[in-house]
Design a protein around this ligand. Structure first.
Ligand code: ZN
Length: 316
């Protein structure tokens, strides 16, 4: 059972969950303040026991877990909540109210949609277990939760998912970004988009502006780890999404079909992608993810064009 644990900032640990034996793929955060504990994005169902082992290793009692914060309820972020909540008698799952049904009944829409979008990767993440309704706290707009002496602000950041939130810890000006700030790969020092369908670019850009307005020093990425220069990274991500949008618009115009050719074309604008394509041999999962990112933009642009055609028809 391989996992790595690191105290990134005093009282904040990051677990490399080693999902599918991959490096720099998916992680999870443990926060301890006073006698209370919060977990952020506990990872997929298949690695829930690594979160318990990490708590054991640090020496934090399960009874002190007060909250499991969910940036959003995709399988790689919160698939483990149903398993974990059974070990935490005093804990509640905190998630945007739009996500509640997925937590209460993951079998229905969430698992089916995940199988459809992710294919065999959904099985790698594992099927989530249901969470009882009374163990969930939902919210619709900005809301603050306290853990020991610290406060955590839940801030809606839709785009990647309609129920996505980022979590801001003002004391240290750190944003736990879930999937709203894309992917950061420490060993290559590059960022990559997360634009799996159905991706809403305008909402995603607004969400990045919201995070920039918090003036964060650090971004705590679920994929992957804590990075400094928070505002610069967010600005880079904003520009990167625009680079992809412009490139894929051209790609569709050119009727390019081959995925490798498409990525190479985008990498003329996106230097981070260029570095990734040249040096990413050990990153199978992230390479697979690029395909979904392409699909998200292609679908988005196809829908826009359809809408334009409808508009044109209307105006004629
Ligand atoms: Zn996600």
């Amino acid at each position: 059972m391989r996992y790595l644990l690191k105290e990134e900032i005093p009282g904040i640990w990051f677990i490399d969950l080693g999902v599918d034996d991959e490096k720099e793929y998916t992680g999870s955060y443990i926060i301890s303040s006073g006698n209370e504990i919060a977990l952020i994005d506990v990872g997929p169902a298949s690695t829930f026991h690594k979160v318990l082992s990490a708590l054991d290793e640090i020496g934090l009692p399960y009874d002190n877990v007060k909250y499991i914060f969910a940036t959003h309820v995709h399988l790689d972020h919160t698939g483990a909540v149903g398993n974990l909540i059974k070990s935490f008698p005093n804990a509640h799952v905190v998630a945007h109210s739009r996500a509640l049904n997925h937590l209460i009944d993951p079998e229905d829409a969430l698992w089916r949609a995940s199988k459809q979008v992710l294919g065999f990767v959904a099985d790698v993440f594992g099927k989530p277990e249901a969470v009882a309704k009374e163990r969930i706290l939902g919210f619709d707009r900005k809301e603050i939760f306290t853990v020991g002496k610290d406060s955590f602000e839940m801030i809606p950041t839709p785009g990647h998912a309609s129920h996505h939130v980022c979590i801001f810890r003002e004391q240290q000006r750190i944003v736990f970004s879930g999937d709203a700030a894309g992917i950061y790969i420490p060993s290559l020092d590059v960022q990559l988009p997360i634009s799996t369908p159905p991706f809403k670019l305008n909402l995603a850009l607004k969400s990045i502006e919201t995070m920039i307005s918090l003036k964060p020093n650090k971004i705590a990425f679920t994929h992957f780890g804590v990075a400094s220069n928070g505002v610069l990274r967010l600005k880079r991500y904003y520009n990167q999404l625009i680079e992809w949008y412009e490139s894929i618009n051209e790609i569709m115009h050119k009727k390019m079909k081959d995925q490798e050719e498409m990525l190479e074309f985008i990498s003329k604008r996106d230097k981070d992608l260029l570095t990734f394509l040249q040096k990413s041999k050990g990153h199978k999962g992230l390479t697979r993810g690029l395909k979904s990112n392409l699909e998200g933009f292609i679908q988005l642009i196809a829908d826009e064009n359809e809408n334009v055609q409808i508009l044109d028809k209307y105006q004629n």
